[in-house]
Design a binder for this molecule. Structure first.
Ligand code: SAH
Length: 339
């Protein structure tokens, strides 16, 4: 239930001769994790029954839920027209509850290290379909952060992403605690910088310090080269005074050498960027960097005073970690052991 459905709700209320504030009442319940219309006790019972019959409670059906040893939960949803969508709830020891949301079913870009890029692209998700991922987890527990780092490229579906991010504030996730991650899709990124006034954070998936290597890993770089993308990120910083997170997935022998760390440090202004080194989650294509290589890489960034952290890996055992969302419909447990 979300914005689009809110419009539908208003129609139903109008037809029923109900006052307009009812729609707000219903949204408030949904945003606070109500499990159904039946739970909305300040809404007249007859109206609740009518809503249950006429307005689906969610735009998504839950197909499968998995829970990792570290507490991470992953849900596979289906849209009404049958497209798979995955989202993840990450639980941290300090109490933080962070959602990883999808903006598309699949992804049309073909980054070589990412499982989502290898599955078929479905379509953009609507704002409701994005928000309904969050509401699903909100019904399980209170949530306070969200990253648009699930399936898809948010800058290809910017309006729906921003509409959803605005409404997430009612769900408990303020704009400052919402982060949109991009490969550097310039048309969307430019609009994000120029038109979005909410203090939503920006993350850039960089992964290489040169155009040559980046184009190999991320074909999108041929179209929108590094210098242009970084200039746009700098503009974001100048307008908002918020640092841009740089994601850098550590691929053994590919982008993890010390000279590449130096090149990265030379490329990024420490005033503007903060680097997050991501241990590679296996998708079949590469070997992850060793711990030693990651530490040596980080040492170079530290020496250059470029802020850098190593991302905590979550949910790897249920393929819920970065780059592993592929909506594989097969159960991972071996149910048909062969003789
Ligand atoms: N399309 C957007 C949003 C997805 S974010 C973007 O790419 O920014 C998903 C993040 O996980 C990206 O930084 C992506 O590069 C990273 N990633 C993809 N595959 C990965 C893998 N196998 N291991 C670790 N990180 C990966």
């Amino acid at each position: 239930m979300s914005r689009v459905d809110l419009a539908l709700l208003r129609d139903v209320f109008e037809a029923a001769g109900e006052p307009p504030y009812r729609a707000g009442q219903v949204w408030e319940w949904a945003a606070r994790g109500a499990a159904s219309y039946a739970a909305m006790t300040n809404v007249p019972a007859a109206l609740r029954a009518r809503l249950a019959a006429e307005v689906p409670f969610s735009t998504l059906d839950v197909e499968r839920e998995e829970r990792a040893r570290d507490g991470t939960a992953k849900t596979l949803f289906r849209t009404r027209d049958g497209h798979p969508v995955e989202a993840v709830l990450m639980r941290y020891r300090d109490g933080r509850r962070s959602l990883c949301l999808s903006s598309q079913s699949g992804c049309p870009l073909t980054c070589t290290f990412c499982a989502t890029g290898q599955m078929a692209f479905g379509r953009n998700l609507s704002a409701s379909e994005i928000l309904d991922q969050a509401l699903h987890f909100r019904r399980i527990e209170a949530v306070d952060h969200a990253v648009f780092m699930g399936m898809g490229e948010p800058m290809l579906n910017l309006d729906a992403v921003v509409d959803a991010a605005r409404l997430l504030a009612d769900v408990g996730i303020t704009n400052r605690r919402a982060t949109v991650s991009t490969v550097g899709w310039l048309p969307g990124l430019r609009r994000f910088v120029d038109e979005v006034t909410e203090p939503i954070r920006l993350a850039l998936s960089l992964h290489a310090p040169t155009d040559e290597l980046r184009s190999e890993l991320m074909p999108v770089n041929v179209r929108y080269p590094l210098a242009d993308v970084l200039a746009e990120c700098t503009r974001y910083f100048e307008l908002r005074r918020r640092k841009v997170f740089v994601e850098y997935v550590m691929l053994g022998g590919v982008n993890d050498r010390v000279d590449q760390a130096r090149a990265l440090a030379a490329l990024l202004d420490p005033k503007v960027f903060k680097v997050n080194l991501i241990p590679y989650n296996p998708t079949g294509m590469y070997a992850g960097s060793t711990r030693k290589a990651i530490a040596a890489f980080k040492d170079v960034l530290d020496a250059a005073r470029l802020p850098a952290t190593v991302r905590l890996t979550r949910g790897r055992d249920i393929a819920a970690a970065c780059g592993q969302l592929a909506a594989d419909p097969r159960p991972r447990a071996r149910t048909h052991a062969s003789a």
